[in-house]
Design a protein around this ligand. Sequence first.
Ligand code: SF4
Length: 438
Amino acid sequence: MDMMEKLEILTASAKYDVACTSSGASRSGQSGSLGNAVSMGICHSFAADGRCISLLKVLMTNGCIYDCAYCVNRKSNPTRRAAFTPEEIANLTMQFYRRNYIEGLFLSSGIMRSPDYTTEQLIAALELLRNVYNFRGYIHVKAIPGADDVLLSRLGLLADRMSVNIELPSQESLNRLAPDKSKQSILKPMGLIKSKITENSSDLVKYKHAPRFAPAGQSTQMIVGATPDTDYQILNLTEGLYKKYGLKRIFYSAYTPVVEDSLLPALDTKPPLLREHRLYQADWLLRFYGFEAKELLDEAAPNFNPLLDPKCSWAINHREQFPVEINRAPYETLLRVPGIGVRSAQRILKARKAGSLDFYALKKLGVVLKRAQFFITCKGKPLEGLKVGEHTLLRSLMSGQELAKFQLPEVEQLSFFDDSYMAALPEASTAATFGKGV
Ligand code: SF4
């Protein structure tokens, strides 16, 4: 099989892994070496289907001894197989880099023979790149669950970022769809990577030139929609992973049916992209807005509202916490107001030092008043002439795209909600919230 054929098979097999969008490593070019990495994230872009296409994203092999039901590379799937040698991977990366096609490498693999053997092959490819070709560009490599700690430790010294895919949110789902894997076998390497990164940061304080272990940290990927797991389960797991393992990012991948299996959604099922989007929004709230998973969802309402983003849903479910007085509210409270983001909250704090703010000033500071107006006061007063009704509120909180999908009447109705709207909302977001008026 020639290189082009292999490349075609092994890049196509890698495209379902989404955990590759950012870098976070900063390393400048050096004489005698080739490449650099930028902390803003290696130049990344997205294909029409939303997947990252920036790095040379390739598998070492798509042959696998495991049989995960959701995976196109599972051993029981009759697909064309191919494998690169470490030399071929290193060569290909250098050729692509020199031609300016890529700025780094995302290398994963099916499990050949054993997790240890596979990891040894990954190490061989990365050693060639780093030590023979002096490649200093960004490398993201998959850590193979079940591989020996010593091997994973060597791998981490060659890569910028490592990731171990958790794939499914619960042990029950893993048992059903990935019987060769266990939650423990996935969490163990995550724990090892975390402790190696911590160890490495104290080494770097003592020895400036100590080799760096996965300087861009670790990430993981979760498949959404292949199993009945709820958003609540996924978000709780997300929160735990960020706290316990210090992950830099968790990527959510809307399940795209690629294989027929009675345990999985039918082949003509559309990937739940909106659900994936809501999870990314909620993930952002956990990382930068001080929210906890249990504030956004619970067992009674375990899935996100398809029509409103998680922050707006939270706000209309917690009307008792509003309105917020812009001239007095602490930073953490400002962040919870729909229409106020991290930057506008910071600007408000700064501007307040010079004097009281009114609605005009807020607009100039970047606050999205269309959303925020229902939840704030300035100098004790709401926006002059603000008319509050169910449809006005919803139209203001929904994005253009959401509105297009769900046409609300232009004119304010005197009656309560349309049945169609009520049907689309999760139960916990309806009577308890909108019925109160604003
Ligand atoms: S171990 Fe990875 S490559 Fe192998 S079947 Fe499972 S998901 Fe696919």
